[in-house]
Write a protein that binds this ligand. Sequence first.
Ligand code: CA
Length: 670
Amino acid sequence: MARTFAGGVIAFVIAFLASGSAQQKPIDDAALRAPDARNQDWLSYGRDYHEQRFSPLDQINDRNASQLGLAWQFETATDRGLEATPLVIDGVMYTTGSWSVTYAIDARTGKQMWKYDPEVHRKYDNLACCDVVNRGAAIYKGKVYVGVLDGRLVALDMKTGKPAWTATTVDQAQAYTITGAPRIANGKVIIGNGGAEYGVRGYVSAYDAETGKLAWRFYTVPGDPSKPQENKALEKALPTWKGDNWFKYGGGGTVWDSIVYDPELNLLYVGTGNGSSWNRHLRSPGGGDNLYLCSILAINPDNGELVWHYQTTPGDTWDFTSVQPMMLADLPIGGRTRKVIMQAPKNGFFYVLDRATGELLSADKYVEVNWASHVDMATGRPVEIPGADYKDKGTYIRPGPLGGHNWQAMSFSPKTGLVYIPAQDNGRYYEASKMFSYTPLEYNLGLEPIGRNMEKYDIPYKGRLLAWDPVARKPRWTVEYGGYWNGGTLATAGNLVFQGTALGDFIAFNATTGEKLWSGYAGTGIVAPPVTYSIDGKQYVSVMAGWGGAFPKKFRSYGRILTFAIGGTATPITRTAPRRVTAIANNATPDQITAGAKLFASYCVRCHGGATVLPDLRRSAPTVLNSLDKILDGAMVERGMPRFAEFDKTMIAGLRGYLLEERRKLATSR
Ligand code: CA
């Protein structure tokens, strides 16, 4: 009895000391460099400086995941995409939503503590290529840092949400936007921006975390070719560009997502984006690699000087950005342990580089790729397939501009040795613009509009969870989804991988085998990556739900944060059974219906095919089906439905006939 009592006292004292000491310590450089001392928290974008999105928490594991239940939900009252990674520190969740709104929430109960709205002008809806999203905040020494869509960087007091300082990081007369999360490196806040579709010059900036003063800025592409460049790295890059169109168009190379700090080597790794324009023959007539587009850059975070670079797609012409999430790991390669950086950029190859030197260690196709046969390990360059650059003739390229993998974070489990990639198959017909002229603040891709010539091709829009072995350089297992444009992933020491899907399912998989162990329902599509944390010894898993981003831009979603725990007792979100439809009289001929089926397969299926959450046209109101002419002519562009100008009366009659026939089948099915 006494022994039990004494043991209880000791356990209580230890628990008290552990929680008390953790709550007193600020998030400073020492805390960010020792994440193991704060296993209960999610300290920074990728959990810690390795950005592996691996949590050592294992209370929720492959044996009890089936008992997960909803602990709480928080309604953001937004209807656009939610992409953020919540940070959780000392029981408080700090996260961001549509229009860069920032929230502090009690991570145990879901009650809001404060909210900061930077009141972004709504004109930015048309200046953000890929929705009014925000991927998260950074925390350092009592402040929460958030990049705002209109180019501001704001430091908020962690306790109150009141701004401490604001820096304007861009020329707001240009089409710059910020959607990415800031990172912290040695007392500096690092932030990039987007806008290369419209035409801007890309760069990454470092601000003093305390004062908001600009410390340095590194431009990723050269400036005015008639003048001296800002630094040696850009002088070296200048001869890789031809003519001066690129300078008029902005050049591109924007740093809109991945930035990783490596305190061991004191290097800052930065992913750069596509060129302005996409079409390299317009941007740089006569060729050239166009450094430093579509590259991984290693920068000295103290002075902003380039240390090494690796260009994944020299002379990119397909929007194959290299901004996709990067992670650091120590891997056994070639008989020794290598300090590596890993990335699965849009172009379809999975890269492993030595992160001290930038040496290419491997590059392997992780999805269907038809623009390059392989990456030549001697030169480190992809070997392009003739004709893939659509210089003389349009061609169909896989992956397309949405990428084999996009910003949706991947995760890595040191326990399984596997990288969990939200991979996807897609493609695009690339055809050089015949009448290109640069127009400021508008899309300047240099391509003919999408939609033309599509009926020649069978478009494979499919998403999957891919467990990739970066040492063996091959997949270990995959899970195929009906939907496309799914969420980021989380790996845990409980031998679990979590991922949300476009169709609103939040799923736990066995990290070793890929077996599905549990699924919760979000009631809305998920694109954000989940996180996990622990409060007073209880583990939670949390994810933001709200479908949006480049693919379903301007799609009306329903924003909420869902948090699950073992035995969670909050009322789960229920699936509502789709209502019955009734058939509508159809006077289309069988030939018209067959022609309409082909058109549906060519133009409509990738959004309306039932594998995504966009409207099922069989269930559309009769007024919609009777207004197809106006809708295809752009009547619903503001709601995200593109204009398809090439549809004539015959095509519309066929499409309508096909949809009515499909509706009849649905109405009469059981
Ligand atoms: Ca792009």
